[in-house]
Unconditional design. Sequence first.
Lengths: 141, 155
Amino acid sequence: MSYNILVVDDSSSIRAIIKKIIKVSGFDVGRFLDASDGLAALSVLQTQQVDLVLTDINMPNMNGMELIESMNRAENLAGIPVVVVSTEGSDKKMKEALNKGAVGYVKKPFVPEEIKRTLNKIIGVGDGSANFDADDGAIDF
Amino acid sequence: MDRQILMQMMAQSISNVFETAFFQSVEARTIDGDILSQMPPSEKLTGACLAFSGMLSGRACILSPDSWLRQTTADFLGTDAQAITEIQKQDTIKEAINMIVGHMFSLIETSADIKLGIPALMSDTALSREALKRLKGQALHIFTDYGVVVTAFDA
């Protein structure tokens, strides 16, 4: 099965980096979709087939927590797994996200291996084509 | 909260963020005088700030010369420095202060109830030399592989 993945972050750079990591990790990706905040993400979710969402928390208009709450309220979106990727690193914030239904939490700054490990648990193992250096987190493309 | 401890945590956070996200080793030194003393005098500066509130309120800012920002953005995105756009540079500096502050608070108190704002670019007025001299709070010079960056913290 190939997965359509929605990456939600107000930083286009972070969106690009996350997509690059997923791509080189060998996951079976159908399409990558983008949104710069929670509201834009909801719009994408209502019009496109999305199988997995990775979202930041602190964003304008609608933050990541509100996005998860909105998805939970919508019958057609409630089952889509959500991974939070955020600078908010407190235990309290992580528990809050997981209690709301997030299935994973990656703190920024992250090394590529953390994204890969988290997605492995959700959508299965990538093909291992990316060479993640455990010391500095750099990716060899 | 003791300001000295905050600055130590900020220096630690900067080190972790720069090494993990930007692949740069850094050395942080407290600034006693002019915060621009280590900056290239004729180079364009870009700055971003992030406000926070709750148990501790204030803001933190980062200020960088264009050469540092261009090369760091290129490393961050894994692309050629000459192909980097203004938007990408702005994204990088906003994300830098976002990660520094978020990571700093996770180091200080894992259960701290502190709400982070949205990072915003400093205006041209705020980046004038006169305005920068009035920047309140404590500041650090961050010596990196690509030059010196300034961070300031006011809480």
